[in-house]
Design a protein around this ligand. Sequence first.
Ligand code: AMP
Length: 208
Amino acid sequence: MNLIFLGPPGAGKGTIASIVKEAFSVPHISTGDLFRANIKNETELGKQVKEILASGNLVPDEITIKMVENRLKEDDAKSGYILDGFPRTVAQADALKGMSNVDYVINFVLDRETILKRLSGRRVCKSTGRTYHILYNPPKVEGIDDETGEPLIQRDDDKEEAILNRLEVYEKSTAPLIDYYRAENLLIDLDASKSPEEIFEDLKKIVK
Ligand code: AMP
């Protein structure tokens, strides 16, 4: 099963992907996570994209497409995948056609106000990538990761200025993919305002 998770930042794509990944035994391929891992490991790619991620702008298509192409060639992606955060431009969607067949494009639908609330309250554990929300999914001890005991941080791109920029970038560059995939009969809308459990139930009905 090859799935694309499409939708604005903060719609819960990563949260649902981590549930689906376990349930369907497919890798969760998040381009944002791949970039962040490169930044953390201070690779050449990481150095190239660090500032871009902090600002909330998009990494150039050429770099992103190459990275995904390499990732999809790995063995674990042969029997299916969840692509989260890719494609984000029409050029990326065109390039994906040459790499793989897509079964469904799940469009996470959420209003702007809820997106802003979700993103501004998001906190992450830097070493594990585990995410929390100060209101909706708080850690057991404020500001501390439940398992590692490390302090939680706010991603640079979850700060207000970057959030507004990310939403603008989404509207301009990524939202056109809704019509793109609808025209190909691959798009399925999902109400992303529900709880993760409810969203997962809805998703199971769709892809079965
Ligand atoms: P995310 O974790 O999906 O919100 O991605 C974090 C950041 O990584 C984005 O704001 C972009 O700077 C970069 N990024 C992730 N995926 C892509 C993509 N498909 N194309 C370009 N930039 C991306």
